[in-house]
Write a protein that binds this ligand. Structure first.
Ligand SMILES: [Zn+2]
Length: 114
């Protein structure tokens, strides 16, 4: 991979990181604004919404982790290399998923079993 591509991925990853951190910040602020005493009228809907937010936060944490790892790899000239089999991840895959840690063959081994 050439430097131009690397810089491009670095830019995209930093942007994604910014957006993620901002949305996490936003959610934290929203949480703080919530009254301590819950309103019982819409309790069901409220907890449903909270579950959704928690779910997103988990995903975001995983994604943030992958982004940090990808940025680290760019700095150490290891970007685009599968963390498991050390093959080169095709650039098309990186373009679709710049924070990909594994190649297509290895990825399913790390996805939670359904
Ligand atoms: Zn692999």
């Amino acid at each position: 991979m050439n430097n131009k591509d690397l810089n491009e991925f670095k830019k995209i990853l930093n942007e994604k990181k910014d957006i993620l951190l901002k949305s996490v910040d936003h959610k934290k602020q929203k949480d703080l604004q919530e009254p301590v005493v819950g309103d019982e009228i819409d309790a069901a809907g409220d907890s449903e919404e909270k579950e959704l937010i928690f779910g997103l936060t988990d995903n975001e944490r995983v994604m943030l982790d992958s982004i940090e790892s990808a940025l680290h790899k760019i700095e150490h000239n290891k970007y685009g290399i599968c963390e498991r089999c050390t093959c080169k991840i095709p650039i098309e895959r990186l373009k679709a998923m710049p924070y990909a840690r594994y190649c297509i063959k290895c990825q399913p081994k790390f996805e939670p079993k359904k």
